[in-house]
Each structure stands twice: as C-alpha cells, then as structure tokens.
Design a protein around this ligand. Structure first.
Ligand code: HPA
Ligand code: ZN
Length: 345
C-alpha cells in the first residue's frame, strides 16, 4: 500500500506503538554510552575528554569519519571489565525503558583487551554477569556479536575472529564488522568470516551505509552474511534489492542514525518504506543512540508518523527481527511469545 492510501495515526495510536515490546539487532556497545557516563569515567580516571563534547554536554563531531574518532576517544575511558559491566547495566536500563525486550550488541575485542583471547574472556565474563542481572531485574535479553573494525585492517580482524571463535556459544552468537566502510573491501575480511562461520557463528557486516549497491552485493557474495548492517543504499540498484529478497537477507536499518549522519536528508526520503514495500526483510535499530540523539521509542514514533505505519507493521518488523536474531531457538520462541502476547492482550 502506498503512503497516500494509509490513514494518518493520531497521537494516542503513536504513543501505543512506541510502547510495543521491541527487538533491536544493531546496537554498538560503546555507542550506547550516554555522554554523562563517559564524562563520569573520564573524571574518575583523570582523562581529559573535553574536546569531544559540545557545550550542552552532547558528543561533538563533524561527520562520520570524525564520529568514528570521537567514538574511539570516548571508548578510551572504558579500560577494565568492570567499566564495561557498568556500561552494560546503564544501557540495558535505557533499553528496558524503551520496551526493548531483546537486543543484540556489537562488542569489539579491540576495545576489550586489545584482541588478546585471555583478556577478552575476562571482559566477556563481566559483561555477561551484568546482562544476566539486568535480565533478572528488567526482563530484557541481551546477546553479543563480536565485531572487527574495518579501518583497523584484516590482521586485527583475525585476532577479533579468534576471540569470537573461542567464545562462540549461546551468548556470543554472531560475528560482524563495523568501522569505516570506505576503507578496503569486504573480501579482505573473508578469512576472519570463514573462521567465525566454522565456529558456528551467524554473520553480519556494515555495508551500504556509505557505499552503494555493489558493496551490499559483495557483503553477501564475498562474506556470505545473512544480515547486513544498514544496507539502505542498495535502493540505488533494484537488481541488488531483488538479490537480497531472493536470498532472504535481513537489513538492520537504523533510520535515525542515517538521517543524523546525512546518509539521507530526512526521514521522508529514507528508503526503509520502499524497501519494505518491495519485500525486503527490514528491521529497526538505533545504532549508537546517544550519539545520534535517538531511542527506540523515538525511532518508532518518527516512522509511525512519517510512513503511517500502524501497530501491525511494527509487530511484523519485530517478528522479522526475531526470525533473523542470532540467538538459540528457545530464546527466539520466548521473545516471540512476548511480542505476540502484546498484540492479543
Ligand atoms: N557505523 C559503523 N561503525 C561503527 C558505528 C557505526 O554507526 N558505530 C561504531 N562503529
Ligand atoms: Zn552500526
């Protein structure tokens, strides 16, 4: 149904939509850190981070590449497993306040012990303890996707993949890649992706956020991913869009991130609705919420308003997300039940 044929939603309907239980597949662990949390740690550790904040306390950066360097500066105050555990507790509270019931988070061994497997295990242990406590307190389920960082290069990626392979299981259930999409090629990381696949991990990668449809095709063909982070610039070539549909690839779409970073000038011009109408499996996430001044409730409200998506559409998005989630079947079934129950209640 095209946009003009859909009835607009009133404020009450939009508010109810923002309260639906949600599944979020694309959330960078350090990117979920509120600026106040990072400032607090910087103070404790006597690190001067004043250059990365605006006068109003928000993160300050000019563009995507500068964002990545501010991100790494902010991350530099996360120095111990305990720091990561505290951050985990803080951001899961925020997720739960947004009625997120299931989230997958990107964790980089590069930031957790520099790619050393022994150190990585200690970070992971602390993070999992915090996640389990949050699950008991708020009912939110978290799983981890180990990510390599594209602009750190293929050798560092191999160390990250080894960390992933060594800790693959019911909690670390995927392998992915973030960082600067304009550096190198997807296939430069094929060795790491093969290692992760052989360890039983599910695969995703950032593609088609900055580069076009060819990058999305290469992600699928050269790395064999079943999900793509963003992928939205695939809209420039309908043959590649149809390849995604044929192969059943799910897109982890982060509309607020895309608009904030200028991938698209505004939400009206964002292709998520067109991709969905054509039959692509799309889901909705926040990426790095405090960096992009967003939350899952804000994402849902903006999408409901702009594209007149009703509660059925959002429930379908969450079913799609859980079908593509990297977790075990028991967890998938449990979360799906929560999503379905909210509609029949
Ligand atoms: N995109 C790519 N890499 C990243 C991001 C992002 O939004 N956040 C942290 N690493
Ligand atoms: Zn991302």
């Amino acid at each position: 149904m095209t946009l003009q044929d859909r009835p607009p939603l009133d404020e009450e309907a939009i508010d109810a939509i923002t309260r639906l239980p949600k599944a979020e597949l694309h959330l960078h662990f350090e990117g979920a850190a509120p600026p106040s949390f990072i400032r607090g740690l910087a103070k404790e550790k006597n690190v001067d981070l004043s250059g990365i904040f605006n006068a109003d306390g928000s993160y300050a950066y000019r563009d995507f590449v500068h964002f990545l360097s501010v991100y790494e500066a902010a991350t530099s105050v996360l120095q111990t497993p305990e720091d990561f555990a505290r951050l985990c507790t803080a951001f899961l509270e925020e997720c739960a306040a947004n009625d997120v019931v299931y989230a997958e988070t990107f964790l980089s061994p590069d930031f957790c012990g520099g790619g050393d497997v022994g150190a990585w295990r200690e970070y992971l242990h602390a993070i999992r303890e915090a996640a389990e406590a949050a699950e008991k307190a708020n009912g939110i389920t978290l799983r981890g996707i180990v990510t390599c960082i594209r602009h750190f290069g293929p050798e560092k990626a191999k160390a990250a993949a080894l960390c992933a392979a060594e800790t693959a299981g019911d909690w670390i259930c995927g392998f992915g890649m973030g960082g600067d999409e304009n550096k190198g090629k997807q296939r430069d990381f094929a060795y790491s992706y093969d290692m992760a696949r052989e360890a039983g991990l599910k695969l995703t990668t950032h593609a088609g956020e900055w580069r076009g449809p060819e990058e999305v095709r290469e992600a699928v063909e050269d790395l064999g991913v079943e999900r793509i982070g963003h992928g939205v610039r695939v809209i420039g070539d309908l043959a590649t869009v149809d390849m995604l549909i044929e192969k059943g690839v799910t897109l982890e779409v982060c509309p607020g991130s895309n608009v904030f970073l200028g991938v698209f000038p505004n939400l009206d011009q964002h292709p998520i609705d067109r991709l969905r109408e054509r039959g692509v499996k799309v889901t909705v996430s926040t990426d790095d919420p405090p960096f992009f001044h967003t939350t899952m409730r804000r994402e849902y409200a903006a999408l409901a308003k702009t594209f007149r998506w009703d509660a059925d559409v959002f429930t379908e998005l969450n079913r799609t997300a859980m079908a593509a989630a990297f977790c075990d079947e028991e967890t998938r079934a449990k979360v799906l039940k929560t999503i379905e129950n909210a509609r029949t209640a």
